[in-house]
Design a protein around this ligand. Structure first.
Ligand code: BZD
Length: 828
């Protein structure tokens, strides 16, 4: 038993005076600067250090309580966490935003200026990574014992610039000033093995054993990021792994006297965690990517097993004390790695290990698109992870035996279900490995889960229907309402109190006031103020002047053909042509934001043509305020929180059947934007929640899209019947919007006329009709305000807290463990 002083935790004060003291001390002790000379960045760092010591205190309290209470824990394995800025979020969730603001003011520093200095932590591509960040925040907020594991990329999502029209990628050196939020844990390092070969050891009685020998080793070192819950004392942990060379590396060549080679090799081995792959919808297929996946999975599983055993549990209790969620197939190699650790390192029998693994894992699918499904050549897997390839063969063998037994003689089915795809030069299907190795598989919206069961995983669904569940995505109201939209938060507080901050369903209390004229006016005033705030930022970033009194029509998301930014662009060109022809059209600002994967030529072409059209439209004196078009550069979490509260209209116009869920759709609707959308992903559930009167649905359904494709689409025939659309396409392909090289848009014309793989042309008439419905409603300010207020009031279902409860109850079987005001520590 440790002495009382040893178990004591500091319990720092959270009032203005206490904070001021901590911050002033930190400038000297941590930053190493004289307070008289400290810069704004020095103060930012000092403030961050003052918060982080308070966070770690609660983190330790939380950990003690979880250990005392014997809780079951969930571990979220994700290659991506799109966190954004941490300072304001941490201040708010720790409940010290206002005292800190005052403390900084006392020190002569404006908090808002400081908040703006922070770089986004952009360790993700888009929806999948942002969902992971929302889930961690909600786990802490609801008091669930939940931990994130991922990679500490040195370079996150690239910074996007336009030069002047096309996208240029710049490295995101987010760690260049160091990072006050992380705790490097040099005591938490695990060896990660690559290459080499497997040796079999036959035992006369009992199973054959395997050892994995030679090859290379790198170390995975932990960096901890405490994650505070809102309105609670729980602080959970996100553990990110960085690659470090082993000592062996050093010794090998230093001893041979090849100093330069030694240093180069050391650096090479540390590239594993260097950079996030900026692809959001294609499988990457590079050896380094496979190594990244295995690197973070192996480190995380070793850590999980260490903790499990250190807490005194035996391995048979694994599924009772541990749930592991695989965020897409990126960590799916975990199924084989856990088998390796249990069988080879802990010497469990194969069957026992398999039972434990399957009951521990669950897998979330985020896409149906074939090009995004990860498959690895058997030859590559054999070379990089030879032991795992053997384990996968064994898993597949056992699995196919089961299938044979159930469907004798059905060889086609065996080939379809097999973890190894024999058709395309032998590849490992990671999605199949994930389904076979998990007790639950979920899609991320009702339609998506249904389509998973009917298409991608049809054969698996027939085999194990009970394994498939839906968990519709959600968003955290702490970031996407309280932080992003303080004006609306304040208004909601005045009208219905603040309970909705903990239980978003309580927004429904707003419904009875939807036609209250005072509320409508206040609501529209808030929206206008948010539009002014955005207009200022747009002026600063692009020089374009926006009129806050016209409709702000917003499409912000990754650039992809299926998301159909081209559909919105055709509408812009159509409106522009009609304005020039003297027609009277409803005025609007169209704002695009989003990045294209660097190797995705079509997406980059879409960015370029939008920028070119915008440049002409915005400078045409004949247009004035009736139409403005902006491509907001470098769209990221921090700019999203300015754009979203300012949107009147939310564009969710993907080809039906392609967007798994969407979460931008939820953020925008929650902030009072009305959706123009297809019946795709979670749009369907949003329509069901908000009602037909608050959403503009258009276009082909997922079934109709399939039917349309089967019938052989004919965009030329459609164009022949729609003069406005035809004129817009002609205007683009004629080179009207390119000054230098009129040929560049010819290709886009050909693409729309002859390929149009995502049916932009086929859905165009329905789309513009939906836009006109929106224009008509927008012109009636009272009717619009009422629809928008109802929209907000009915969005409670899309809280990430509901999503996390669904996972906890349907998949993880964990319960909340709120941290009590300290018993061990006597803290208030
Ligand atoms: O996941 C997205 C889907 O496209 C959205 O419909 C859905 O709402 C979100 C959250 O479930 N998928 C991604 O964001 N995918 C990626 O970012 C990604 C990253 C690496 C490799 C492949 C895909």
């Amino acid at each position: 038993m440790a002495a009382p002083e040893v178990t004591h935790l500091p319990n720092l004060p959270n009032d203005v005076e206490g904070l001021r003291q901590s911050i002033r001390d930190a400038v000297v002790r941590v930053v190493g600067e004289d307070p008289r000379q400290a810069t704004e960045r020095d103060w930012m760092e000092a403030l961050a250090f003052a918060i982080r010591e308070r966070m770690v205190e609660r983190r330790l309290l939380t950990r003690r309580q979880f250990a005392d209470e014997d809780v079951k824990r969930v571990y979220y394995l994700s290659m991506e966490y799109l966190i954004g800025r941490m300072l304001e979020a941490n201040l708010r969730n720790m409940g010290i935003l206002e005292p800190a603001r005052q403390a900084m003011a006392d020190l002569g520093v404006n908090l808002d200026t400081i908040l703006d200095l922070e770089d986004d932590a952009a360790l993700g591509n888009g929806g999948l990574g942002r969902l992971a960040a929302c889930i961690l925040e909600s786990l802490a907020t609801q008091g669930y014992p939940g931990y994130g594991y991922g990679i500490r990329y040195e370079f996150g999502m690239f910074r996007q610039e336009f030069e002047p029209y096309h996208q240029v990628e710049h490295p995101d050196n987010w760690l260049r000033y160091g990072n006050p939020w992380e705790f490097p844990r040099s005591d938490r390092k695990y060896p990660i093995h690559f290459y080499g070969h497997v040796v079999e050891h036959h035992h006369p009685r009992g199973e054959t054993r395997y050892t994995w020998e030679n090859g290379e080793e790198v170390l995975a070192m932990a960096y901890d990021y405490p994650t505070a819950g809102y309105g609670r004392r729980n602080v959970n942990n996100l553990r990110l792994w960085a690659a470090k060379a082993t000592r062996d590396f050093d010794l090998r060549y230093f001893n041979e006297g090849d100093y330069i080679r030694a240093v180069a090799d050391k650096a090479e081995s540390e590239t594993i965690s260097m950079v996030l792959y900026p692809n959001d919808a294609t499988a990457i297929g590079k050896e380094l990517r496979l190594k990244q996946e295995y690197f973070f999975v192996s480190a995380s599983l070793q850590d999980i097993l260490d903790r499990h055993l250190a807490l005194g549990y035996n391995l048979d209790a694994l599924p009772d004390k541990v749930a592991i969620q695989l965020n897409d197939t990126h960590p799916a190699i975990a199924v084989a790695e856990l088998m390796r650790l249990l069988v080879d390192c802990h010497e469990l029998s194969w069957d026992r290990a398999w039972d434990l693994a399957r009951r521990t894992f669950a897998y979330t699918n985020h896409t149906l698109m074939p090009e995004a499904l990860e498959t690895w050549p058997v030859e590559l897997m054999e070379r990089v992870l030879p032991r795992h390839m053997g384990i996968i063969y064994q898993i597949n063998h056992d699995f196919l035996e089961q299938v044979r037994h159930r469907y004798p003689g059905d060889n086609d089915r065996l080939a379809r279900l097999s973890i190894i795809d024999e058709q395309n030069g032998r590849r490992v299907r990671m999605a199949h490995l994930a389904v076979v190795g998990s007790h639950r598989v979920n899609g991320v919206a009702a339609l998506h889960t249904q389509l998973l069961q009917e298409t991608l995983f049809e054969d698996f669904y027939n085999l194990w229907p009970e394994r498939f569940v839906n968990v519709t995505n959600g968003v955290t109201p702490r970031l996407w309402m309280i932080q992003a939209n303080p004006a609306l938060t304040e208004l909601l507080g005045q009208r219905i109190g603040n309970d909705w901050q903990y239980d978003l369903d309580r927004l429904r209390a707003l419904e009875p006031y939807a036609h209250d004229a005072d509320l409508q006016k206040a609501f529209l005033d808030v929206k206008r103020a948010n539009k002014v705030r955005l207009a200022n930022l747009v002026r600063e970033r692009t020089g374009v002047e926006l009129n806050p009194d016209v409709m702000f029509d917003v499409q912000i998301k990754r650039i992809h053909e299926y998301k159909r930014q081209l559909l919105k662009l055709l509408h812009v060109v159509d409106l522009y042509r009609r304005i020039r022809a003297g027609e009277d059209v409803a005025p609007r600002v169209v704002l695009f934001g989003g990045k294209a994967a660097p190797g995705y030529a079509r997406a980059k072409g879409i960015i370029q043509v939008i920028n070119e059209v915008a440049d002409i439209v915005n400078h045409d004196p004949a247009v004035g305020d009736r139409l403005k078009c902006v491509f907001f550069p470098n769209y990221e979490v921090s700019s999203a929180s300015i754009i979203i509260p300012a949107a009147d209209v939310s564009e969710q116009i993907s080809t039906a059947g392609f967007e798994a869920s969407g979460t931008g759709n939820m953020k925008l609707a929650l902030n009072g934007a009305l959706t123009i959308g297809t019946l795709d992903g979670a749009n369907i559930e949003i329509r069901d929640a908000v009602g037909e009167e608050s959403i503009f649905i258009f276009g082909m359904t997922a079934d109709e899209v399939v039917e349309h494709r089967r019938n052989g689409p004919n965009p030329e025939a459609i164009l022949a019947q729609q003069p406005n659309l035809a004129a817009a396409v002609e205007m683009i392909e004629s080179g009207f919007f390119t000054c230098d090289d009129p040929g560049t848009h010819g290709d886009l014309g050909r693409y729309l006329r002859h390929e149009d793989p995502f049916f932009v042309i086929a859905d165009y008439a329905a789309y513009t009709e939906a836009c006109e419905r929106a224009d008509t409603l927008y012109a009636d300010r009272t009717a619009w305000a009422e629809a928008a207020i109802l929209n907000v009031a009915r969005m409670g279902y899309f809280s990430i807290d509901r999503t996390v409860r669904d996972y906890a109850n349907q998949i993880w079987d964990i319960i909340p463990e709120p941290v009590a005001p300290s018993r061990t520590n006597g803290a208030a």
